[in-house]
Design a protein around this ligand. Structure first.
Ligand code: ZN
Ligand code: FE
Length: 256
């Protein structure tokens, strides 16, 4: 029986996702932005929470843990080993190349330092689904708070080596703002322009723009296109190396 994924908006612009293994009945919450919203999603789906997979230590990703543990005392909390102490209440700390099971499903842990120094993402290889947390967004990437900018660039490059058809879920609905920024640094990209128009319509209708795919992000996300001659030329950095171009893009977006 194939895995099931249930995405729901919560807080101001976060997404929660439940991952369900019908064979075992196991269900994981990807991050825990808001206990009540996750509990509502569990009620809607009829699933029983068994695991919480945390991507990083920020409050809008972990603050629901206590409320979920209160309702499901046996739940297992998985988090980046490097951030487990700061998060508290973690049952399993994980690092690069570790595998996390959710019933009979399994996710590979990929370390993506940048947004936070210990940030991890979870790749369900058999399903080809990635939970990117606040590392990779649709048409954007997370702000770089805890490492040099080039470390974040390396983390993003790791994700581009996943299969093109990988479905990418992310922590936030920032896509409209990201699209408007992307058009300023990659204005002649026809695929981006088309996508940006679609995103305007989707957000007007209240439709989520996630999940996305690695393929569409490679074609349109400027933070993955720091080696693209058109992007480099558009920001006046035709001869710069991609990590420097990425850093300039990230700084421009911070100010946008
Ligand atoms: Zn964050
Ligand atoms: Fe966040």
């Amino acid at each position: 029986m194939p895995a099931k994924f249930h995405q729901f908006p919560c807080l101001k612009d976060n997404y929660g996702v439940l991952v369900h293994d019908p064979a075992s009945g196991a269900t994981a919450s990807i991050d825990a932005p808001d206990a009540d919203a996750v509990l509502d999603a569990l009620a809607t789906t009829g699933w029983t929470l068994t695991d919480i997979l945390l991507t990083h230590h920020h409050a809008d990703h972990i603050q629901g843990v206590a409320g979920l543990k209160a309702r499901y005392p046996a739940v297992r909390v998985v988090a980046p080993a490097k951030e487990a102490q700061g998060i508290g209440g973690v049952d399993l700390g994980v690092a690069e190349h570790d595998t996390v099971s959710v019933g009979q499903l399994s996710a590979k842990v990929i370390e993506t330092p940048g947004h936070t120094a210990g940030h991890i993402v979870y790749w369900f290889e058999a399903e080809d689904v990635l939970f990117a947390g606040d590392t990779l967004f649709a048409l954007g990437c997370g702000r770089v708070f805890e490492t040099p900018l080039d470390v974040m660039y390396e983390s993003l490059m790791k994700l581009t080596h996943l299969p093109l058809e990988t479905q990418v879920y992310a922590g936030h609905e920032y896509t409209l703002s990201n699209a408007r920024f992307a058009l300023t640094v990659d204005p002649d990209n026809a695929v981006l322009r088309e996508r940006a128009m679609g995103i305007e319509r989707m957000r007007e209708a209240g439709t989520p723009t996630l999940p996305t795919t690695i393929e569409i992000e490679l074609a349109t996300n400027p933070f993955l296109r720091a080696d693209n001659p058109a992007v480099k030329a558009a920001i006046g950095m035709a001869d710069a190396d991609p990590a420097a171009v990425f850093s300039e893009l990230r700084e421009r977006k911070n100010k946008a």
